[in-house]
Design a protein around this ligand. Structure first.
Ligand SMILES: [Zn+2]
Length: 341
């Protein structure tokens, strides 16, 4: 073992054996925003075998306050978050295989995207994706670590299938207050995101090194502004529930008709449109086709065109984020007109 991990190996909870286990493990990170940036950074430095970073978005100026892997140059280069994160972290640790996936994770692609993951870290900002992750993880018996933040409040919870309550058990019994609003409407301070992501990664390290007995139990809730730390007991929730997911084994979010072609991106005056059949787009050809329609900027990861009051950002997987409207039908109309369904 080289010097790189010396301090971590020295730590009683990990040791040489734990470090060896880490170097054989793959983690899937879904969402590379405020939580995801911190998680990715800590995970790559810890020396996994592979980190798969899945994110559908590009970087905006308002992200820089809390999304610690990104800078102004990434914005000027129009880099997707997953790609910018991969480039930064590959310089930190060239031994870890870092896969950047610029995609919207949904029922049609979650299984191939997360196939080899030993653990999933939640860096998402919405419950639809979390329920999808929950279904996938319960079905496959893969642990995942829920995390969410808003304002100065953060939540974290380990979900170990068949051992702890799953997200569906929880939401049928405890309303996770403070998480229904979004950062785009309520704001957020950066320290709570770093803190929750740090807790998620600490828990991930325990799981990946088989230290299950030391896992945090229950739902942790921290409010950094009001100086409150609480742990809500969840011991008997699973026993008492007749959970659709982890008791009845019905994986509703993994069935394809559950996901929608359009998703309104909360608080951003934007709608994401997916191509109904999945689709590989040739961005160069599209640029040629649209050059007389509006101003285009593009690179190999995306093409952006301004048309009237709208801005369409199109990705090679056929997906588009349409800014300037919250109306799904307007967004779909623009997509059909300029990209083609
Ligand atoms: Zn459950």
């Amino acid at each position: 073992m080289s010097d790189r991990y010396a301090r971590q190996v020295l730590f009683y909870g990990i040791g040489e054996q734990g470090q060896k286990k880490l170097t054989e493990k793959t983690a899937g990170l879904v969402g590379c925003g405020a939580l995801g940036c911190t998680s990715a950074n800590l995970l790559v430095r810890s020396g996994l075998k592979c980190l798969k970073i899945i994110d559908r978005d590009y970087i905006e100026e308002s992200n820089l306050q809390r999304q610690s892997l990104f800078d102004e140059e990434d914005i000027s280069k129009n880099l997707p978050k997953a790609v910018a994160a991969q480039r930064k972290l590959q310089k930190v640790n060239s031994r870890v295989q870092i896969d950047a996936v610029v995609a919207d994770i949904n029922a049609s692609n979650i299984e191939p995207l997360l196939e080899n993951a030993d653990i999933i870290i939640d860096g998402t900002d919405n419950f639809e994706t979390r329920f999808l992750i929950n279904d996938y993880c319960v079905k496959r018996g893969i642990p995942w670590i829920y995390g969410a933040c808003i304002g100065s409040i953060g939540l974290a919870m380990n979900i170990v299938p068949s051992k702890t309550p799953c997200l569906r058990c929880m939401l049928d019994t405890i309303p996770l207050s403070g998480t229904i609003e979004t950062c785009d409407t309520e704001g957020i301070i950066a320290p709570i995101a770093s803190m929750i992501a740090s807790i998620q990664v600490a828990e991930a390290l325990k799981i990946l090194t088989d230290n299950y007995e030391t896992l945090s139990k229950g739902l942790l809730k921290i409010d950094l502004w009001r100086n409150e730390i609480k742990s809500l007991h969840t011991d008997d929730i699973r026993e008492k529930s007749d959970c659709v997911t982890c008791k009845q084994h019905k994986y509703e979010f993994l069935t394809k008709d559950k996901y929608s072609i359009t998703t309104s991106l909360c608080g951003r005056n934007s709608v994401q449109v997916l191509h109904p059949n999945g689709y590989k787009l040739d961005l160069k050809k599209l640029a040629t086709r649209l050059e007389r329609v509006g101003d285009i900027t593009s690179n190999k990861f995306m093409l952006r065109i301004k048309i009237d009051k709208y801005e369409l950002t199109v990705f090679p997987d056929g997906r588009a984020i349409i800014t300037g409207t919250n109306d799904a039908s307007v967004a779909k109309g623009l997509y059909a007109k300029y990209i083609g369904m």
